[in-house]
Ligand binder design. Sequence first.
Ligand SMILES: NC(=O)c1ccc[n+]([C@@H]2O[C@H](COP(=O)([O-])OP(=O)(O)OC[C@H]3O[C@@H](n4cnc5c(N)ncnc54)[C@H](OP(=O)(O)O)[C@@H]3O)[C@@H](O)[C@H]2O)c1
Length: 297
Amino acid sequence: MPQDTPASRTSVTVIGLGAMGQALAGAFLNAGHPTTVWNRSAGKGDDLVARGAVRAASAAEAVRASDLVVVCVVDYDASRAILEPLAADLAGRTLVNLTSDTPERAREAAAWAAKAGVDYLDGAVMVPTTVVGTPDALLFHSGPRAVYERHEDTLRALGGQSTYVGEDHGHAALYDLSLLDYFWTSMAGLVHAYALATADGVPAAAIAPFLKANAGLVLSLVEETAKGVDSGSYPGDQGNLAMEAAGIEHIAHAAEHRGLDTSVLRAVHALAARGVALGHGADSWTATVEAARKPGA
Ligand SMILES: NC(=O)c1ccc[n+]([C@@H]2O[C@H](COP(=O)([O-])OP(=O)(O)OC[C@H]3O[C@@H](n4cnc5c(N)ncnc54)[C@H](OP(=O)(O)O)[C@@H]3O)[C@@H](O)[C@H]2O)c1
């Protein structure tokens, strides 16, 4: 029976030693994987080398060191610049691109990899560097299921919540961007709520406990809203879009009166008003998905 020692574990190469690349390489090292690293600029990853990583002299040497190559750089222009000259070295190996970008660019990269004879998985890291490698760390992976399953145990070193989201190479990025779409619009609302409160001298800290309860309300609506979006049914008997649009107008008006930026609130109001204009005034907020899908309507 093979012993589960570092030497018996899969060798991994990590290309890109920015903050995230270093965290990924560190997680592989912690899990006992022999790890080779490379970065465009010198001077990064000394502590990884001190912990046992091998620093390759070139990207080509790094690729040739392992059957599993993970790349994590600033964007796909950067990953293309590194990888495209290495097609012959990558052929027959598995490349996992954990660089964040769009689904379209992930699919382009997959098409390039297919031509080059490289098994390709796309992926997205959904947690900060400090959480990478822990049981709580969420990463998405997409691409051929057989390739994912072949490397699943090794990739799980990066995060206990690693999740395969399908054969379409674009889906890891799609899940990533959907979550970030929600996150950033929520963060805009959170900070604006504090701006409104503090404009009248109420400290943000006084509002914070109530916003936590409000965030819980959003949490309770996540699955119900998904059901409405998937079914196209938006019953508004407990609260309707026309009433909610009027309520948003009050918030925007009060914010304008205090000289605050209301561009986000006005955009939210415009979305609701278009939902009403499309005939969904008596439906729930979920009906704004119809307005989101028809920006010109
Ligand atoms: N940091 C986070 O908390 C976090 C969280 C989730 C996802 N991510 C994603 O992880 C990816 C990497 O982020 P990061 O935080 O590691 O960024 P970073 O610290 O800014 O590092 C950027 C990396 O990209 C390399 N790079 C940039 N342009 C290049 C080029 N033209 N050719 C070759 N290499 C190039 C840099 O190499 P040099 O050192 O030579 O400049 C460096 O290794 C991004 O897609 C980011 O969205 C990051």
